[in-house]
Design a protein around this ligand. Sequence first.
Ligand SMILES: [Zn+2]
Length: 168
Amino acid sequence: MHPMYSSSSSGLKASYSRRGQERGIPRKCRCGAVSVIKTSETLKNPGRIFYCCPYGSKENSGHLFKWTDLSMVEEMEEVESVVEKIQVDVGSLEKGLHDVEAEMKSLAMKSNGSEIEGIKAVAQGCEKEIGELKAMIVCCEKEIQALRSFKNLIVCIVVMFVLYALIF
Ligand SMILES: [Zn+2]
């Protein structure tokens, strides 16, 4: 029975799958002829567009027949499934990229860590040197103060000698 004259659209779909027709927009009939688009003139589906084989007819139902709108829906579903597959692929690629990024980060942190340790060691060395310098400065200040007090003492002695010389 030609699906064009089938009683329901669900019946049509079942007959398609039984026939093993390709999903989406049919390019060719199984006889090899390129599909053509025709408009239904039946009372049930007036003006409904369909793909068919140029050699097909209601008497010869062995050829291609498929509603264009159903083909479009299938085509959309095919495209959607392809898009979904691409999304999954992109998702796994993104995950892979994240893994690489995470690995790079951890590697960077490791290398930075050793660098930081090196800088810390140098800084600690600097701090030690600065501490030693500070200690030296403190020592110098003490010596300077000692020298100052010694100088004051000498000045006092000199002044006393001068005063002694002036008086006597
Ligand atoms: Zn055909």
